[in-house]
Ligand binder design. Structure first.
Ligand SMILES: *Cc1c(COP(=O)(O)O)cnc(C)c1O
Length: 423
């Protein structure tokens, strides 16, 4: 291993990190390896990963089953183009995803990142409306507080004010926004949603939301009944309903998909993040036969999209292995144990000065402060307590790998508590 100091100097000179200036404001931590729930930092410190590498590493690091699937697939082929060719890893994955997804989602478009899968979902909805002879339906409707990715069209449906993209106001197409959905069911809010959809039935192609949990837009939870309201209202006007399950999918909220809390099937659904257990970048956009048939019968005769690395066999093979692990392990009770550990551990923070709210759902724990977090101080305090956290805005939060033991969860709680005290 090269000298850590030299590496960090080169990192500072050349490497751009997420959402930061160049060079970065705070020095990143150098990771040398990772195993189970632990990230092993240069200099010998080991920290429990409270972030699952941004929702992805649900089985932890260096899982033998996933490592083997990857190595075996590399022994056959790492990649081939997907135009005119196909292969078993992609076929198996599409078949698995259709089986796991809510009813009616029968067709799978494999994309190379979450943002691209949202681009594809939007393109599917717009192309379907066009093909059905409704070219004026070009806008999107969502609620505030959402996050759908960093490429340009997904940015338009991120929270317009509090999101990371407020600097693009005036540049991006303006979409239709409802207020942030309330935590509890509110009849007035539901009626307002219905009225907004009715009002925009002529110019909206699709409604897109994150079901049950809004992630990077603010880590908020809402009542699943709103998903049924959206399903009814969109169906009444032939508007597509898109669920972005990139953060909520694969058990994170306590159900396999966020949609399962409401028993609702969207017309189009995005999956990503935990799809490969955190090993490789891969996402998927699923749609119904009605959407697929509309697009395929329309002008152009197909979906105008085809990434170079579409259906990458390494990523598909690891995704299949990750789905196999979910099938063969009792992820539901692991998530429940994490949930009760987070609830018991974080609830006492409610009384701490500066803490505005504490909320837990499935394997997600959130502490919201009454002020912006001092990221460097909070992160350093957590690392000193043996935990990796990445707070943002006024939020210190965790979504541990499902393999985290009660002791690991207790350590994460201690890390969050230290981060709250330090900021
Ligand atoms: C992370 C995320 C995305 C974007 O996925 P990338 O792989 O980062 O492009 C989109 N939607 C939601 C809900 C996400 O959490």
């Amino acid at each position: 291993m090269s000298n850590g100091r030299d590496l960090l100097a080169l990192d500072r000179a050349h490497v751009w990190h997420p959402y930061g200036p160049m060079p970065g404001k705070n020095e990143p931590y150098l990771v040398e390896s990772a195993e189970g729930v632990l990230l092993k930092l240069a200099g010998g410190r080991e920290v429990v990963d409270g972030m699952s590498s941004w929702w992805a590493a649900i089985h932890g690091y260096r899982h033998p089953v996933l490592d083997t699937a990857l190595a075996e697939q590399a022994g056959r082929m790492s990649h081939v183009m997907f135009g005119g060719l196909t292969h078993q890893p992609a076929i198996d994955l599409a078949t698995n995803l259709v089986e796991l997804a809510p009813d009616g989602l029968e067709h799978v478009f494999l994309a190379d990142s979450g943002s691209v899968s949202v681009e594809v979902a939007i393109k599917m909805a717009l192309q379907a409306q066009l093909a059905l002879g409704r070219p004026r339906r070009r806008r999107l409707l969502t609620w505030r507080g959402g996050y759908h990715g960093d490429t340009f069209h997904p940015m338009t449906v991120c929270d317009p004010v509090g999101g990371m993209h407020s600097l693009w106001t005036g540049v991006l197409p303006v979409q239709v926004f409802a207020d942030v959905p309330p935590v509890e069911f509110d009849q007035g809010y539901a009626d307002g949603l219905r009225a907004l959809i009715a009002e925009h039935a002529d110019d909206v192609a699709a409604v897109i939301v994150e079901p049950v949990v809004q992630g990077a837009g603010g880590m908020r939870f809402h009542h699943p009944e709103y998903l049924r309201v959206l399903r009814e209202a969109t169906a009444a006007y032939g508007i597509c309903l898109i669920f972005d399950e990139i953060a909520t999918g694969f058990g994170r909220t306590g159900e396999f998909f966020g949609a399962d809390h409401a028993g609702v099937s969207p017309d189009i659904m995005c999956m990503g993040k935990a799809l490969t257990g955190g090993y490789l970048t891969l996402a998927a956009t699923l749609c119904t036969t009605a959407v697929a048939e509309a697009i395929s019968a329309g002008e152009g005769g197909g979906l105008a999209h085809g990434p170079t690395f579409m259906g990458n066999p390494l990523a598909c093979a690891v995704a299949n292995a990750s789905l196999g692990l979910l099938r063969d392990t009792d992820w539901r009770s692991h998530v429940r144990v994490i949930e009760s550990g987070l609830r018991g551990g974080l609830e006492p923070l409610r009384g701490v000065p500066g803490v505005d709210d504490v909320r837990v759902l499935g394997a997600i724990g959130v502490v919201q402060l009454d002020r912006p977090v001092d990221m460097a101080k909070a992160t350093a305090a957590a690392v000193d307590a043996g935990v990796w956290l990445r707070p943002f805005r006024d939020l210190i939060y965790t979504m541990p790998p499902y393999v985290a033991s009660p002791d690991d969860v207790a350590r994460i709680v201690a890390g969050i508590t230290a981060a709250v005290a330090a900021t």
